[in-house]
Design a protein around this ligand. Structure first.
Ligand code: TYD
Ligand code: MG
Length: 454
C-alpha cells in the first residue's frame, strides 16, 4: 500500500492533506512541504478502561526536590540559563551562520566539564580535527570534553546510552538523521523526529542536551515551531556581523525568566564576557550631535544603556525612505504618525534613518520616547543635553506611559555618569538615584519643553 503522504508547514508544523501556497494555520506563505508525517501511534485501538496503568496524582503543596543545577562559571551564560544548567533539560540554541554558536558551545562545554560534568560534543558539521583546532585556538585542548563527528542518530543514542554523559552538545540538529524517517537530513520531519528522540532520551536518562539550530532567512529556527515547543529552553545568539558584540537571549525558559540576555565579545581567543554592557555600548559615543540620544533600556533583569541615532534628510524620491536597524519598522512608523498628528512635526518629503548603535536589537516599547527624541533632534538639528538619558512609552493619543523598572534604569544611568533623565511621570515613591528627573506628561509637552518654540 502506498504510504500516506501529508504536507507540513515548516513554520508552525501544522499538517494538511494537500499542498497549498499558504498555511491555513499560521498564514505563512510558501512554507508547506511534503512530509512523511509523524506516526500517531497504533491505529484502530480505542483507549479502553483497562489498557494503561494508573498513575499517582499528587497535590500542589507537596514539595518535590528541585532538579540540581550546575554553573558554568561564565556569569553571562549562567544568568541566561536561569542560574545554571538544569539536570535533564533540553536546550535549543539558534543563530545566523558564523555568528559563533560552535565557539560558544565549545567554551561552555569546557567550562561545564571543568565543573565536574561529563560532557560529550557531537559535531555533524565539522570533523574532529576541525573541532580540535578550534579548541586549541581557544586554549581548551586539555579540557576533558569528548568529541565525535557523527550524524546518525541511532549510533549517537547507542553511544550515549553506554556512556551516560551529563551533558551532550549536538551541533547541529539539522545535520542529524534518523533511519526511522525517510526524508533527507534537515527536512521538517527529520528535524522534528531527531529533536523528539534526543529530548525524550535526555529526559529519561537525566542528561542535558544542547542542540544547535540554524535559522532561516526570516530569523526563526529552521524546522517547525514544534521543535521550540519540545525543548525547555530556547536561546538565540544574535549580533551584527561587523560588530564584535554578541548577545545570547532567552526567548523561552522553563527554568528561569525569559528575555534575559548575556553579552559577549568575540575576540581572537573566542568569546569573552562583557560584565558592563552599557559602558561598552556607549564607548563609541562622541560629542553630543543632533539625532543622537542615550536610551536607558532594560533587557530581562538587567539595565542596558545604548545610543539611538537618527538621520532626517530631504528626500530626492517621491516615496521617502524609512530605514531601521535594531528596532521595529512598524513601531517607527507609529511614532512618526504620532509626532505628525499630535505634535505637528511632519516628516513628509524627508528620508528617515534610525540606528541602534553597537548592533543591539531593542524590543522594548520603553524606547519610544528615545526614538521620538532622536527623530525630532535630527529634524530640528538640535542636540540634546549630553548628560541626559531618555525613556518612556508613547501611546497613540500622544500621552507618555510609565515603564517598568524605572529605578533600575535611573541607577544604571547614574552609575555611568548621567545626571538627568527625561521620562514619563514616575510612580509615587520612586527613588531618583540622585538624578534630576524631568517628568513629562505627553509628547507634545516634551517637544515643546526640550526643543522649545520652533
Ligand atoms: P563559529 O562558532 O564557527 O560560528 P557558527 O557555529 O555559529 O557558525 O564562529 C565562526 C566565526 O567566529 C568565524 O568567523 C571566526 C570567528 N572566531 C573568532 O573571531 N575568534 C575565535 O576565537 C573563534 C574560534 C572564531
Ligand atoms: Mg558551527
Amino acid at each position: 500500500m502506498a504510504k500516506d503522504l501529508t504536507f507540513t508547514c515548516s513554520d508552525c508544523g501544522a499538517a494538511s492533506a494537500k499542498w497549498s501556497g499558504r498555511c491555513d494555520a499560521c498564514g505563512a506563505w510558501n512554507s508547506i512541504v511534503e512530509d512523511a508525517g509523524l506516526s500517531s501511534g497504533p491505529k484502530k485501538q480505542g483507549l479502553g478502561k483497562h489498557r494503561g496503568k494508573s498513575i499517582p496524582l499528587t497535590d500542589l503543596a507537596t514539595q518535590e526536590a528541585e532538579p540540581p543545577r550546575t554553573q558554568s562559571g561564565v556569569t553571562e551564560l549562567d544568568r541566561v540559563l536561569g542560574g545554571g544548567l538544569t539536570k535533564g533539560s533540553a536546550l535549543l540554541v539558534g543563530g545566523d551562520p558564523g555568528i559563533g554558536k560552535s565557539t560558544l558551545l565549545l567554551q561552555a562545554a569546557a567550562r561545564f566539564a571543568r565543573n565536574g560534568l561529563r560532557v560529550v560534543y557531537i559535531s555533524g558539521e565539522e570533523s574532529n580535527a576541525q573541532v580540535q583546532m578550534r579548541a586549541r585556538r581557544l586554549g581548551l585542548e586539555k579540557s576533558p570534553v569528548r568529541l565525535a563527528a557523527e550524524t546518525n542518530l541511532r549510533d549517537i543514542l547507542t553511544t550515549l546510552d553506554q556512556d551516560t554523559p551529563d551533558l551532550c552538545v549536538i551541533d547541529s540538529i539539522q545535520t542529524m538523521w534518523s533511519d526511522t524517517v525517510e526524508s533527507a537530513p534537515g527536512s521538517v520531519s527529520q528535524v522534528r523526529s531527531c529533536a523528539h528522540e534526543l529530548t525524550t532520551f535526555a529526559k529519561k536518562r537525566g542528561m542535558s542536551v544542547v542542540m544547535v539550530g540554524h535559522v532561516t532567512k526570516e530569523g526563526a529556527i529552521a524546522g517547525p515551531r514544534v521543535v521550540e515547543h519540545m525543548v525547555d529552553t530556547v536561546l538565540y545568539f544574535e549580533g551584527e556581523r561587523g560588530h564584535q558584540f554578541r548577545i545570547l537571549r532567552s526567548v523561552k525558559n522553563r527554568f528561569g525568566p525569559a528575555d534575559e540576555i548575556g553579552v559577549f565579545e568575540m575576540t581572537g581567543k573566542g568569546l569573552a564576557e562583557v560584565k558592563n554592557p552599557s559602558a561598552l555600548f556607549l564607548s563609541e559615543r562622541g560629542e553630543p550631535a543632533p539625532g543622537s540620544v542615550v536610551f536607558a533600556g532594560v533587557e530581562g533583569t538587567r539595565p542596558v544603556l545604548c545610543e539611538i541615532q537618527a538621520l532626517v534628510a530631504p528626500s530626492p524620491h517621491s516615496q521617502p525612505r524609512r530605514s531601521v536597524v535594531g528596532w521595529d519598522g512598524g513601531r517607527l512608523a507609529m511614532i512618526m504618525a504620532v509626532l505628525e498628528s499630535r505634535c505637528d512635526v511632519p516628516f513628509t518629503g524627508l528620508d528617515v534613518y534610525l540606528n541602534v548603535a553597537g548592533g543591539l536589537r531593542i524590543n522594548e516599547p520603553a524606547a519610544d520616547l528615545a526614538v521620538a527624541a532622536a527623530l525630532v533632534s535630527a529634524r530640528e538639528d538640535a542636540a540634546l543635553p549630553r548628560e541626559a538619558v531618555i525613556f518612556g512609552e508613547i501611546s497613540l493619543s500622544g500621552a507618555l506611559r510609565p515603564v517598568i523598572q524605572t529605578e533600575n534604569r535611573l541607577k544604571e544611568a547614574q552609575k555611568l555618569g548621567f545626571t538627568s533623565a527625561i521620562m514619563p511621570r514616575a510612580p509615587k515613591g520612586t527613588q531618583g538615584a540622585g538624578m534630576d528627573l524631568r517628568e513629562m506628561q505627553d509628547l507634545a509637552g516634551f517637544v515643546e519643553q526640550v526643543f522649545g518654540a520652533r
